[in-house]
Design a binder for this molecule. Structure first.
Ligand SMILES: Cc1ncc(COP(=O)(O)O)c(C=O)c1O
Length: 414
């Protein structure tokens, strides 16, 4: 039996895809406030340890309204650039609630965070030197690479032997020398092993390994274990969720054992991005063409990879629902199709050889779980306009939370 996410979650709350598209235009990112808030709460309640802070990784989705909701839910945030810091400030996050995870940055970028009193993490010896020169006597955090990575695609494995991130654990002595030279205080240690795990064992392995390193440093204020918490992208086939309860209990056990030997109940953090925002969004688009080229049947839509690049970039799977005259089409098996967009590239494929119900021109498609690395990685490629974003509130009312690009926007930097 196919699972229809929009139906099981009452995603649209009485609004219909055709009503939403006729009001806001196609394609369109639709968010559910209820699901977004629930995911924030699941993360904040995950680890039964008294000082556990969830730091939302806003690279996944930095819509201002969603950031304000995350802030209301008590999340802090990490930033990867001055732009992300700027947006977080506008959303109401204070400097103490922002963690700047820098990677290969200029003096100006580092100063941007330092001058605002925002905690900075550096991830190479050279950048630690730079930080020491710019901010002697300051507080700093170091991103270590535990030598073990994880992720759904090699492009998102961010620790281990084949990635640019972090300082190898065996360089801890060199870190200490630089700290001493510039009278820096190492207040935190952080890591991020990669994105999208569905079984927490690798993450917990990374936790154990970074804590071993942390034991060598006295007076730490926090250890941050990074994000990567996966979501089931194949719900239609019955894929199960990450089991958070036993994971959180095991996590807390490791933390409590470690703090007992370290001698202080320091702060621990994780940095989920995808888990917070992915499932709160359905990307809607319209079918304009049915055509066959040789042996393939193509469904041509306005869902180009400028709207959601994950399938083209990482071969990612997103479940897709079909809507006709305001209703979900539930016909089980139909035909095998390639669902493609309107970008001038053969790689512009949203779903490859997917068994779908029969899809007609004029139907609306809903791409599930589009809330993480969706709008935030969207672009104006082919001079296409980025879609609008709307939020379905818990009471069913709908707010426009980012307008669609206009043609004038394409020229605004000239
Ligand atoms: C340093 C860091 N923290 C957190 C994240 C968030 O990862 P995810 O969205 O998989 O939770 C990323 C993503 O790559 C990252 O690079």
């Amino acid at each position: 039996m196919t699972v229809y996410f929009s139906e099981t979650t009452d995603f649209y709350k009485g609004n219909t895809p055709d009503m939403l598209l006729s009001k806001y235009g196609s394609p369109l990112f639709i968010y559910s406030e209820e699901i977004f808030r629930n995911r924030c709460r699941e993360m904040t309640g995950m680890v039964p340890y008294e000082k556990f802070q969830v730091t939302y990784s806003i690279k996944a989705n930095s819509n201002l309204t969603l950031l304000k909701i995350a802030h209301e839910e008590g999340l802090h945030a990490d930033a990867m650039s001055p732009g992300e810091i700027y947006v977080l400030e506008k959303a109401g996050f204070s400097p103490e609630e922002i963690f700047y995870i820098s990677n290969n940055v200029s003096d100006e970028e580092m100063l941007f965070a330092i001058e605002r009193g925002i905690a900075v993490s550096v991830d190479s010896l050279s950048q630690l030197e730079k930080f020491g020169k710019l901010n002697p006597g300051g507080d700093v955090s170091v991103r270590f690479n535990p030598g073990l990575g994880a992720g759904h695609h090699k492009k998102v494995v961010t620790a281990g032997k084949e990635t640019k991130f972090g300082i190898n654990l065996d360089k801890a002595d060199q870190v200490k020398e630089i700290l001493k030279k510039h009278k820096l205080k190492l207040v935190g240690i952080n890591q991020h092993i990669g994105s999208l795990f569905m079984d927490g064992e690798n993450y917990l392995q990374g936790v154990r390994s970074v804590l071993e390193t942390a034991s060598q440093f006295k007076d730490l204020e926090f250890v941050d274990f990074g994000g990567g918490f996966g979501i089931p992208y194949r719900k239609q086939e019955g894929q199960q969720r990450l089991e958070l309860e036993s994971f959180g209990n095991e996590f807390a056990k490791i933390l409590n054992e470690w703090t007992d030997s370290y001698g202080s109940k320091i702060l621990f953090r994780s940095e989920p991005g995808r888990y917070i925002s992915a499932e709160s969004c359905i990307l809607l688009g319209t079918v304009h063409v049915r055509k066959s080229n040789y042996d393939r049947l193509y469904i041509g839509t306005d869902l180009g990879f400028n709207t959601l690049i994950r399938p083209a970039m990482y071969d990612s799977h997103h479940d897709i629902e079909v809507y006709r005259q305001g209703k979900l089409v539930k016909e089980e098996a139909g035909e095998t199709v390639d669902i493609v967009g309107n970008i001038c590239e053969t790689g512009d494929i949203m779903a490859h050889e997917r068994l779908m119900p029969i899809i007609n021109e004029g139907d609306i498609l809903g791409v599930m779980d589009a809330g993480a690395y969706g709008y935030s990685m969207s672009s104006n490629y082919n001079n296409r306009l980025r879609p609008a974003e709307v939020l379905i509130r818990t009471d069913g009312s709908v707010n426009l939370i980012r307008r669609r690009d206009t043609l004038e926007d394409l020229l605004k930097n000239f």
